[in-house]
Design a protein around this ligand. Structure first.
Ligand SMILES: C[S@@+](CC[C@H](N)C(=O)[O-])C[C@H]1O[C@@H](n2cnc3c(N)ncnc32)[C@H](O)[C@@H]1O
Length: 232
């Protein structure tokens, strides 16, 4: 099957949000994957004083954990879906985190400039798995424009064993079936490297990080910067 319609264009109704459907809409495993992404970023050097951007933040599955960890005002989330952002605000409120000045933005072309700042750390969790190659290049180009000189941007993807892997791929852990040209997408590390290069970012494969559905982790930095500690 070939074709692509971004499934996240559909806005949830207030009734659906009240029933908690936003937690399933971003993939479920609300607590497990929420904590997993916070723990990974903290183990990778994220500190409360860092400015952090969560690209495709959805309903703040990870966001509520990052908002609790980061200093007030340091969490920034962007998503194309207004209803998921609204649900995220309700999640923040019920977690007692509404006062911590999370900055949330809605747009569909990954324009991060309205935040008016640069970022030390960033993440796109389960986002590249839902968007085609050209949109990944767009996302990375936008990230590059706001990534601090020694900033680090992490993203997950379904990894195929080689480029132009046209057959469906069943991922043993989690059982997801990914595709070359429809959602959920897979790409080779070589193809991700090309996307990074087009956006002016160097990429390193971190690989397996115990994601329950076998998404692998990537790290992007400015192409001209050698790895080293990130200081805000
Ligand atoms: C599987 S959800 C993951 C959400 C969040 N990262 C998490 O871990 O819960 C994918 C998210 O990517 C967002 N997304 C998809 N395409 C996007 C785009 N073009 N711009 C911004 N966000 C997008 C969706 O709206 C959705 O919230």
């Amino acid at each position: 099957m070939v074709g692509y319609v971004n499934p996240y264009l559909r806005e949830l109704t207030p009734d659906e949000i009240a029933a908690g459907h936003h937690r399933d809409a971003v993939g479920g495993m609300w607590h497990e994957i929420g904590r997993l992404q916070r723990d990974f970023l903290v183990a990778s050097g994220l500190r409360p004083e860092h400015r952090f951007v969560d690209v495709g933040c959805g309903a703040l599955r990870g966001g509520i954990h990052f908002v609790a960890y980061l200093a007030p005002g340091n969490y920034h989330g962007l998503d194309l879906n207004q209803s998921l952002i609204d649900a995220g605000r309700l999640e923040l409120k019920s977690a007692g985190l509404a006062h911590r000045r999370a900055k949330l933005l809605v747009n569909a072309d990954f324009d991060l400039s309205p935040f008016g700042t640069t970022f030390d750390y960033g993440l796109a969790l389960s986002v590249f798995t839902h968007i085609p190659f050209n949109s990944i290049v767009r996302c990375l180009s936008r990230v590059r424009a706001v990534l601090a000189p020694r900033g680090r941007f992490f993203a997950t993807f379904f990894q195929s064993p080689r480029s132009a892997y046209l057959e469906p791929l069943v991922h043993e852990r989690g059982g997801i079936r990914s595709h070359y040209d429809t959602d959920p997408f897979h790409l080779s590390f070589e193809e991700i490297g090309i996307a990074g290069q087009l956006a002016g970012l160097a990429v390193e494969l971190i690989g397996d990080w115990n994601h329950p559905r076998d998404q692998h982790m990537l790290e992007f930095r400015h192409a001209s910067v050698s790895p080293g500690p990130c200081h805000p």
